[in-house]
Write a protein that binds this ligand. Sequence first.
Ligand code: R5P
Length: 282
Amino acid sequence: MIIPGSGSQALAAELAAALGEELAPVEYARFPDGELIARVGDVSPDRAVIVASTPTSDAHVELLQLQDAAREAGADEVITVLPYMGYARQDRVFQAGEPVSSRAVARAISANTDHVITVNPHERAVCDFFEPSAVAIDAASVLADPLPHDLVEPLFLAPDESATPLAETVCDAYGTGEVDYFEKVRLSGDEVEITPSDADVGGRDVVVVDDIVATGSTMSESIAVLNERDASRVYVACVHPLLAENAVTKLARAGVEQVIGTDTLERPVSRVSVAKVLAEEL
Ligand code: R5P
């Protein structure tokens, strides 16, 4: 049985269809004081697969409630699928006095589950913070599906070196093209400095590939550099289209041709689903 979090309903439905499993009815409500209450309908699953991205603190609490409700409903096995795991980027102490937030939320999630599946977490090592078994699956290949078939001398570009494997995955899935990467220095939460490589992008179509688009600074700065160098069409492809604050406007103003994201976060740019990749893992 698939149990959806409120922010992952479309993905959960696709996954249920892909697996031929029942989709549990869930009601998401609040008490008058603002506290959340997620109620799973009258079900009695042997295996409960909870599919719930956690981009907000409320989503984390809702996930803990769904895990508990699944046990209450008699599930022998509870699998927690985190299509997008919030707090995963806070995976170390950056300044004295800070918590390792991803470890803290992983421990809370671990309390009521038998297995965890994450999708392209920023660092795979975050899986080590869970106490039951946890895996990270790579769904980046699906990002090639919505790309047009007529890309001209396509360049799959990572905005920093750490995203190069993602760019390679999308390039391989597309079937043709080259891979390159820029250098990035983060100046603040929403400011980055991009140093381009010497790749010749003039007249070429470029697909900039990253795991997350958050504030959109990384992508808009990369697009600005590509425009200065006379690239043709520039596509942005990311697994997790977080699109915080004014990211959509930044990307539009930068002149992006199209933003392609998956449904790990359900946004207007979620043009492709990770359901089939998850179904293979389940
Ligand atoms: C961090 O290194 C990630 O891979 C992304 O590049 C980053 O989260 C993007 O953030 P933003 O959209 O705020 O520049």
